[in-house]
Design a protein around this ligand. Structure first.
Ligand code: MG
Length: 152
């Protein structure tokens, strides 16, 4: 007797996100930005409805894209006050839940951060740990890369 054929489909999703920096005028204030779930000291804040974490927003959109379930704005509209200053962890966890409900399994994620500053390298391991924790992936299946755009 033959075992039933198993069908498995691989899907790929892409995410992209941009947030603008704003100058902070209170020099005494310790400004932080969120990047891949990690709080990083920076001299500028990010303009955003939520915590403005471009890494988590792009990954959330990539997962939603792979399962054809809208995008981050569909599920967490910036017009909804509920998501003001929301931790983007929530968005990624929700996308992973939707993926699981669609019988999907994340096998890896690969994030590229394009920014002149802050430097990503000192925070990279913390980011990998956080992404692994949020997605349930092994750390070796998580990648964070960074580049500047050469000041353009
Ligand atoms: Mg965003």
């Amino acid at each position: 007797m033959m075992a039933p054929a198993q069908t498995m489909t691989s899907r790929v999703g892409f995410g992209y996100d941009v947030h603008r920096f704003e100058e902070t005028h209170d020099t005494d204030q310790n400004t932080q930005i969120m990047l891949c779930g990690i709080a990083i000291d920076h001299d500028q804040a990010v303009i955003a409805h939520s915590d403005g974490d471009v890494g988590l927003h792009a990954l959330t959109d990539a997962i939603l894209g792979a399962i054809g379930d809208g995008d981050i704005g569909t599920h967490f509209p910036p017009s909804d006050e509920k998501w003001r200053h929301a931790s983007s962890d929530l968005f990624l966890i929700d996308a992973c839940r939707r993926l699981a409900e669609n019988s999907g399994k994340l096998v890896n994620c690969d994030i590229t951060i394009i920014a002149e500053a802050p430097k990503v390298l000192p925070h990279r391991n913390a980011m990998l740990e956080k992404l692994a924790e949020l997605t349930g992936l092994d750390q070796n299946a998580v990648s964070v890369k960074a580049t500047t755009s050469e000041g353009m």
